[in-house]
Write a protein that binds this ligand. Structure first.
Ligand SMILES: [Cu+2]
Length: 194
């Protein structure tokens, strides 16, 4: 009997661990290239920003990575790895031109940090090389994922609950959907268009 009780306790414990670490899976269609899918602001909930800074490189006349996703409050260090001078500026954050900023222009090997306190997509530009473009997507929760080559995504460690999930792509209108994570899993598919 004692052995059975212990087994029951173990099974219950394992089930609750499984339920606590939920996933949201799905597919983004209608676009090619990477999309970002994230859980939108959860009313009454805030999350500590990651202590470690993220890196956005300017290398080979490209922003690398082309798309960088960071939770709100994160610091991004902008590095110039090229022999030429680069500039970094953005005309808006989340479409709001009030948050335009110019970080300046600096030579090879130097880094400049910026803390992103405003959620939204940040279109990165370089005024030395008009063809350069990149994105930082500042997301309001730690629950986010990038799509793979087939458009599929998996957001991990999401607690059970009801959420708004947003799919973002640089060439399309963002789309929001309600998603309920129950028993450790939730699902959302998106069809994006311009
Ligand atoms: Cu440049």
């Amino acid at each position: 009997m004692k052995g059975n009780s212990l087994a029951v306790i173990l099974v219950v414990a394992l089930l609750s661990v499984a339920a606590a670490a939920g996933t949201i899976t799905g597919k983004v269609s209608g676009v090619s290239g990477k999309s970002v899918v994230y859980v939108d602001t959860i009313p009454g909930k805030t999350f500590p920003a990651p202590a470690k800074p993220f890196l956005m490189d300017q290398k080979g006349l490209l922003f690398q990575p082309h798309i960088l996703v960071v939770p709100v409050g994160s610091t991004v260090e902008f590095l110039n790895s090229d022999a030429v001078q680069h500039n970094v500026y953005w005309p808006s954050v989340g479409g709001n031109k009030k948050f335009t900023h110019n970080l300046g222009t600096w030579p090879k090997g130097e880094k400049r940090p910026f803390k992103f306190d405003q959620p939204g997509a940040v279109p990165l530009l370089c005024n030395v090389h008009p063809e350069m473009s990149g994105y930082i997507v500042v997301v309001p929760t730690p629950y986010y994922a990038e799509t793979d080559a087939s458009g599929e995504f998996k957001i991990e460690n999401v607690p059970d609950g009801s959420y708004t999930v947003v799919a973002w792509h640089e060439g399309a209108k963002p789309q929001s959907k309600p998603v309920t994570v129950a028993g450790g899993s939730g699902k959302a598919d998106f069809a994006l268009s311009k």
